[in-house]
Design a protein around this ligand. Structure first.
Ligand code: FES
Length: 148
């Protein structure tokens, strides 16, 4: 199935209702791990809404990515509470382990590493979230074990 067919199937699921734009984008991202440009143009065509509006929504929510991402998303919190407890060292350890820098994806497309400013779990800091799973009180050796 090519991109257009897949996007069409997702749009059909929502009965071509523009009101479900965010849900449709979520489903497209679940399919590709990011929002491919051609999918956004197909979506604009099929729903009859300007591509600028589709991009507006796609760029408004942090959860959406316009660049290819790995199967697993790693978020390292660098907010103040995590920072003072050693989050930069945790980030360095993960970068070393995966051989990528924050913002990058491993060559095997398994992991994308990002940083965030607060994950709302400051008491557990330093915090690393992999997909939806929170890992608190991280340090360099604990972070190594996450990817053993
Ligand atoms: S600063 Fe890291 S969870 Fe709030």
């Amino acid at each position: 199935m090519d991109t257009k067919d897949k996007v069409d199937a997702i749009i059909e699921k929502y009965k071509r209702d523009k009101g479900f734009l965010v849900s449709i984008l979520q489903d497209i991202q679940a399919e590709y791990n990011y929002l491919p440009k051609e999918a956004l143009f197909d979506l604009s065509d099929s729903l009859g809404i300007p591509v600028s509006q589709v991009y507006g929504v796609a760029t408004f929510y942090r959860a959406f990515s316009l660049i290819p991402r790995g199967r697993h998303l790693i978020q390292v919190c660098l907010g103040t509470a995590c920072h003072v407890r050693g989050a930069p060292k945790v980030l360095e350890a993960i970068e070393r382990k995966l051989k990528i820098k924050a913002g990058e994806t491993t060559a095997d497309k398994e992991y994308t590493l990002t940083t965030v400013n607060c994950l709302g779990a400051c008491a557990l800091g330093p915090v690393v979230v992999i997909d939806q799973e929170y890992h608190g009180q991280m340090n360099q050796s604990k972070s190594d074990k996450l990817f053993a």
